[in-house]
Design a protein around this ligand. Structure first.
Ligand SMILES: [Zn+2]
Ligand SMILES: [Zn+2]
Length: 258
């Protein structure tokens, strides 16, 4: 499985910067997990291939450019953009984003080829298919309805925590997975901002290290994501000091293969 954390900001020469401001993971150039930077970072080929987007939750950093992406492709879509999300998240997207005020309700619209956007409800705790991938979604502990994911292509498996604080069900599903190649888990705030992490339901390096004790697998890559850009250096320092084997920070723009 090939995974890229799409960059969301670029320097004056057009090179991706390392800060992660928006969340969008691209799998095998065709399936997106969240859509924060989807409209600003895909290559032309990727733009032509991505028709399945899993939305873990409706926070802006995870959906910021989703409406723009569908808008950009509107006249050329020969199949609908499929938005995979829990019924609760679909309801929030319809109420708060695609509501004719913030943006058009694309799920009601057609171009010359047919519908341009289709919601596919995610069944919690059951395996479902997204393109060539099998996915299991599990609720995590965040301030809006949010799911973590375990995704497999038959050869490798990767777990995504999404945005979360201390949680239980996610680890049960992760620990039940036969073989895990990588865990992508959030580490949003530095330790000195533990209070803010707690009220916004995110991890710090310290709370993450306690959480990782629930993990029964070993040997897989652990990649920290969702680092608040302003505190990136401090968080990286604190993560390194934990001395957890194979724990590193995922770099936007870099291609990871498992
Ligand atoms: Zn969030
Ligand atoms: Zn977020």
């Amino acid at each position: 499985m090939k995974i890229q954390l799409l960059p969301s900001t670029f320097d004056a020469k057009g090179h991706a910067t390392l800060e992660q401001r928006l969340t969008c993971f691209l799998i095998d150039d065709c399936v997106a997990v969240d859509a924060g930077s989807i409209a600003i970072a895909l290559s032309a080929d990727q733009r032509n291939q991505v028709r399945d987007i899993i939305v873990t939750h409706p926070h802006m950093d995870h959906i910021a450019s989703l409406p723009i992406f569908i808008d950009d492709l509107y006249p050329t879509l020969q199949q609908p953009m499929r938005i995979h999300a829990t019924p609760e998240v679909i309801q929030l997207l319809e109420r708060d984003v695609f509501n004719w005020n913030v943006y058009p309700r694309f799920s009601d619209l057609k171009n010359d080829y047919g519908p341009v956007m289709e919601y596919i409800p995610i069944p919690i705790g059951e395996m479902f298919s997204v393109a060539h991938l099998s996915v299991k979604a599990v609720p995590v502990n965040h301030i809006v309805p949010t799911v973590g994911l375990v995704i497999t292509d038959g050869k490798s498996s990767v777990a995504f925590s999404s945005d979360t604080a201390e949680t239980e069900a996610f680890w049960e599903v992760v620990n039940d997975t036969k073989h895990l190649d990588a865990l992508l888990i959030e580490a949003s705030f530095p330790d000195e901002m533990a209070h803010l992490a707690e009220v916004s339901r995110h991890f710090t390096p310290s709370s993450l290290s306690r959480e990782l004790e629930k993990l029964n697998h070993n040997g897989m890559d652990i990649l920290a994501v969702h680092l608040k850009p302003t505190h990136r250096e401090a968080i990286i320092k604190q993560l390194k000091a934990l001395n957890i084997p194979k724990l590193s920070v995922m770099n936007p723009g870099e291609v990871y293969n498992w």
